[in-house]
Design a protein around this ligand. Structure first.
Ligand SMILES: [Zn+2]
Length: 253
């Protein structure tokens, strides 16, 4: 497990910090791929802000992913799958969003995943605009940190149904853009950050939070002035921005 567990706990604490207003109480969850067919994920009912080892489950990737293709599973069956998926002696049940985390780790090109209910972001996602304001960019750093495009999933029942929709969205995104997104926006719910490192996941969530606050600010002063898509493409492809992206990913938080 190397240092995955302490890093996952530290990432969870950063996301759960009260001053950041990204998650309160049991909101949000984090995960990381251990590379041996298992991954760590927050347990159900744990709080990100004070997560400790007892609030983390180690689960079997194959067992969790198999549930996505089992159309016969009801709520009771889902609970049984989660109970049986644990590859350690953890008495806590993995989060119901374990299915979504498995999809992001297995099909989203991510090694680390963070999901939260960031106030500023869901203010937009819960508005009549939904995720639409995030489909164009308003400033360069969001492109550099959050990616040129974001994936969107309309509201759906959390758990297995959500994981299936996230899988569909990831596959559609890959077909359209040839890569995986760094951000999935769950409408009327919250954002998901897909990163190659714990640092990248936190950076994505913090920049997305700022992006949402700036968007809300622009709506108060006449509305956002979106960058032309050709300009956003240019920023996305500039060599110096690639360099900056790599450097930002290394910054310790
Ligand atoms: Zn959630």
């Amino acid at each position: 497990m190397n240092n995955h567990l302490p890093k996952l706990l530290a990432l969870s604490h950063e996301i759960g910090r009260a001053d950041r207003r990204l998650a309160i109480l049991g909101e949000g969850n984090t995960s990381t791929d251990l590379g041996d067919g298992t991954f760590l994920v927050k347990s159900s009912g744990s709080s990100l802000s004070n997560l400790d080892e007892s609030g983390v489950s180690r689960v079997n990737m194959t067992a969790v992913l198999a549930a996505l293709d089992d159309e016969t599973l009801d709520d009771h069956g889902v609970k049984s799958v989660l109970e049986a998926s644990r590859s350690d002696a953890s008495p806590r049940l993995p989060s119901v969003e374990t299915f979504m985390h498995a999809v992001c780790l297995a099909e989203g090109g991510a090694k680390w995943v963070g999901h939260c209910h960031a106030e500023a972001v869901i203010s937009v996602l819960c508005s009549t605009h939904g995720a639409k304001p995030f489909l164009s960019h308003i400033f360069p750093d969001a492109i550099v940190v959050c990616g040129r495009h974001v994936a969107v999933v309309p509201y759906i029942d959390p758990g297995l149904a959500l994981a299936r929709e996230v899988r569909r969205a990831l596959r559609e995104f890959r077909a359209a853009h040839g890569t995986s997104p760094k951000v999935i926006l769950l409408e009327n719910h919250g954002p998901v950050a897909l990163g190659s490192s714990d640092t990248e996941v936190l950076n994505i969530l913090l920049m997305l939070d700022k992006w949402a606050r700036v968007l809300a600010g622009t709506l108060a002063v006449g509305g956002p002035k979106f960058l032309p898509s050709s300009m956003s493409d240019r920023i996305d492809n500039r060599p110096d921005e690639h360099y900056r992206r790599a450097q930002i990913g290394k910054v310790a938080n």
